[in-house]
Design a protein around this ligand. Structure first.
Ligand code: ATP
Ligand code: MG
Length: 240
């Protein structure tokens, strides 16, 4: 893949119908994300952060422009092709954890591998490894109702990481956590980013998250108004 670009948005637009009107959620967004990113989308409520993550993760489609994920342009791709690309390369972490209450921690983390059709013995090894990454081996048999918020979020990270995706998209991952758990969860993500080169793209309002970011992208009314990496590149070019 050229320059290890993993996600490339070009002139991305998204409007939602609201009665007779159209709500503009994204307008002409141009952004590229490379292998190993630790980037965050920040901006006021309604600025388009979740909409962008949903489109980047192939959970939603743009109304204009295009998005290329792992070298594959999504326009014209079938539902099935998008799902296959998503299952293979992308892990999601949601603000509300979205764990399945009737399953144990182990079974929750195993779930994406079942969808992939991985054989049982391989699944077991992968799940134990993922639980170890997030330091929650001792809770493997617990059910989500028996976990704290921080533990639940760590299970959600393990579930996102178990198939070793190239990219993890995390929508306000610390919104339901206290300060100590937020730092623990972020440190886990930093470790996975450094050791496995997994790319993380966040949406966040949280200063605690922002201080860990390698790249900060600000959105306002569906537009990118600031991108720390673009500014660094511009500055470098000026120095040369
Ligand atoms: N399914 C939908 N139908 C109609 N409008 C929507 C839909 N999803 C999002 N929007 C609108 O699109 C805009 C962007 O929403 P989005 O959820 O991306 O914002 P956000 O930056 O994630 O906000 P927050 O920080 O509150 O999570 C908002 O005006 C929102 O009302
Ligand atoms: Mg949002």
């Amino acid at each position: 893949m050229q320059d290890s670009v993993q996600i490339e948005a070009r002139h991305l637009c998204k409007t939602f119908p609201m009665g007779q009107q159209q709500v503009v959620a994204l307008e002409q967004v141009n952004l590229s994300f490379r292998e190993g990113e630790f980037a965050g989308l920040v901006g006021p409520s309604g600025s388009g952060k979740t909409t962008f993550l949903n489109i980047a993760g192939l959970l939603d489609v743009p109304t204009g422009g295009n998005i290329t994920v792992m070298g594959q342009p999504s326009d014209g791709a079938s539902h099935k092709a998008a799902a296959a690309l998503r299952n293979r390369h992308i892990g999601f972490i949601f603000q509300t954890f979205n764990l399945l209450p009737v399953y144990t921690v182990f079974e929750n983390v195993e779930f994406p591998l079942l969808l992939q059709g991985m054989p049982k013995s391989q699944r077991k090894d992968a799940v134990w490894q993922a639980l170890e990454w997030v330091g929650i081996l001792d809770k493997a048999k617990a059910r989500p109702s028996q976990l704290s918020g921080g533990q639940s979020q760590r299970v959600a990270i393990a579930r996102a990481m178990v198939k070793r995706p190239a990219i993890v998209l995390a929508d306000e991952p610390t919104a339901n956590l206290d300060a100590k758990n937020s730092h623990n969860v972020l440190q886990t993500m930093v470790k996975l980013n450094e050791e496995l080169k997994t790319s993380f793209i966040f949406s966040t309002h949280d200063e605690k998250v922002i201080q860990y970011l390698k790249r900060k992208i600000s959105l306002e009314d569906g537009r990118v108004v600031e991108d720390s990496e673009a500014e660094a590149r511009k500055h470098e070019a000026e120095l040369q």
